[in-house]
Design a protein around this ligand. Structure first.
Ligand code: ATP
Ligand code: MG
Length: 471
């Protein structure tokens, strides 16, 4: 008897030592086990116990890691990024997805990570909750296991999202609802490339962490909402600042550029009214001409300022109508020919392709008038101006070419900004406010065209714009 007991005693001693080590947290024990006798079976039980303990410890570690991340103030997606690998210790998967329920009952994929080579169902994918199986999951409040996605898809070929997941090579899934204060807020999807991956044990594990995850989903949602609101307020502030700056510039311009002509008008009218100035008919005509000139200038300036106000408050509405482009350009040339002739400048219209465009004729006249008046204003006497147009694909291209001073390259970036005046100065004492090109750019933008220029200092410029053809 005692001879037989000795080897048994040996095993018992080893089992006692193993139990001691397991109690101290060291679960990596090796034991002689055999199912053939009771002591051998005891060894198997001890090993089982060690493995189970190890698994539980790992699970607790992951949970502790998630809780620590929550306490660190991380957002849910950051937490998922962080624990994506270690999560595997408690729930198996090849992919985790997070979708949130948006207002209006839309479920939108918000975050996903996979070890599969392709991702078919990416962030941004959205579907309606109404009538979907996700809605059933919310109603039962319980996670759902699908252990054969291919069979499920055959039954429900209309399930678009399942189709995408199967295309990614996934075969089973565990879908877990997230609730905050009993309100459904989203879902976490665990998916695996092997069928039959999920069991009730995984559901139990998820339920243990669900409430914590839900809280961070809500926190994340509030944080991003706050961030979006902050961004919107900052954007508004910037716009207001810009408008305020513009308003101040306006006041400056109005004070300065309206004051001078008003003084001239006042002086001229005083001379006309006061009998002590004995002025003849010719001088009277000259004074009235001055008054007319200054009044016109003030009217144009006020119109421009009103236009800027309208454009900047987003109220530039176009009144589109079909327009015969050659006719339109010929009348523009005629309007400017007289002022140009006074400076011995010629303006020629070079006939090009016939073209019909869809445009707001009043607004477009503003653009061509500014380009032509600029060409006349900044060109030296005796030079030539040409207006030409051609069809270029679906657009029409219109250019005004002059032989003026050109634009210095370093001045070109600001040319289309409000109140920007370049170093080229009027050659006939004309007024220059720096609004024409800025207004023209907004008008052409609103028509769906482009505006720009090519220029060579000392040789001249071509200011051009494009407009969509009327088909
Ligand atoms: N054809 C041109 N040749 C040389 N310089 C030009 C030409 N057209 C415009 N510029 C320069 O660009 C600046 C901006 O032109 P813009 O038409 O916006 O304003 P402006 O002519 O000064 O004033 P406004 O058009 O408001 O009466 C001008 O001040 C001028 O310096
Ligand atoms: Mg101008």
């Amino acid at each position: 008897m005692t001879d037989q007991l000795t080897p048994l005693d040996d095993r018992i001693q080893q089992y006692l030592e193993a139990a001691e080590r397991i109690a101290q947290g060291d679960t990596a024990v090796e034991l002689p086990v055999s199912p053939n006798d009771e002591i051998g079976q005891l060894g198997l039980k001890i090993l089982d116990f060690a493995w189970d303990l190890e698994r539980r410890t790992r699970k607790e570690q992951v949970l502790a890691e998630i809780v620590a991340s929550i306490n660190d103030g991380l957002l849910l997606t950051d937490i998922l990024e962080k624990v994506y690998e270690s999560f595997k210790g408690i729930i198996p998967y090849n992919r985790i997805g997070l979708s949130l329920i948006e207002e209006g009952g839309i479920v939108r994929a918000y975050w996903a990570k996979t070890d599969r080579p392709v991702m078919q169902l990416g962030t941004g994918y959205s579907a309606s909750l109404e009538g979907s199986t996700l809605q059933t999951i919310i109603e039962t409040g319980q996670p759902r296991i699908l252990n054969d996605l291919q069979a499920y898809l055959e039954q429900k070929p209309g399930s678009h999202s399942t189709g995408l997941i199967v295309k990614e090579g996934l075969r089973s899934s565990l879908t877990c609802p997230l609730f905050v204060a009993r309100e459904p807020v989203g879902f976490i999807f665990f998916s695996s490339a092997s069928p039959n991956t999920y069991t009730d044990e995984h559901v139990d594990t998820f339920v243990r962490i669900a409430s914590k995850l839900s809280v961070i989903v809500e926190k994340g949602r509030l944080t991003s909402e706050l961030a979006a609101q902050k961004e919107a307020v900052e954007r508004q502030n910037k716009e207001l600042e810009k408008l305020n700056e513009l308003k101040n510039t306006f006041l400056g311009i109005a004070a300065h550029d309206l004051r001078n002509p008003l003084s001239t008008i006042l002086l001229a009218s005083e001379m006309l009214v006061d009998d002590t100035f004995e002025i003849d008919e010719n001088e009277q005509k000259m004074l009235l001409g001055d008054i007319q000139l200054q009044t016109n200038y003030m009217l144009k300036l006020i119109d421009d300022l009103l236009d800027v106000t309208m454009i900047e408050s987003g109220k530039l509405d176009l009144d589109l109508e079909p327009l015969d482009l050659p006719d339109f350009l010929i009348s523009a040339v005629k309007r400017h020919a007289r002022l140009a002739a006074a400076k011995d400048i010629s303006i020629t219209y070079q006939p090009g392709d016939p073209a019909d465009i869809l445009a707001d004729s009043r607004r477009l006249r503003q653009v061509i008038d500014n380009l032509l008046s600029n060409a006349v204003k900044y060109s030296p006497p005796g030079s030539r101006i040409t207006v030409h147009a051609r069809v270029d694909g679906r657009m029409c291209w219109i250019g005004v070419t002059d032989e003026g001073p050109g634009i210095k390259p370093e001045e070109s970036p600001q040319l289309f900004e409000y109140f920007s005046r370049a170093s080229s100065r009027p050659t006939g004492g004309e007024k220059s406010t720096g609004l024409g090109l800025a207004i023209s750019r907004r008008v052409i933008d609103a028509h769906g065209g482009k505006i720009g220029f090519e220029s060579e200092v000392g040789r001249g410029s071509t200011f051009w714009f494009t407009l969509p053809l009327n088909h």
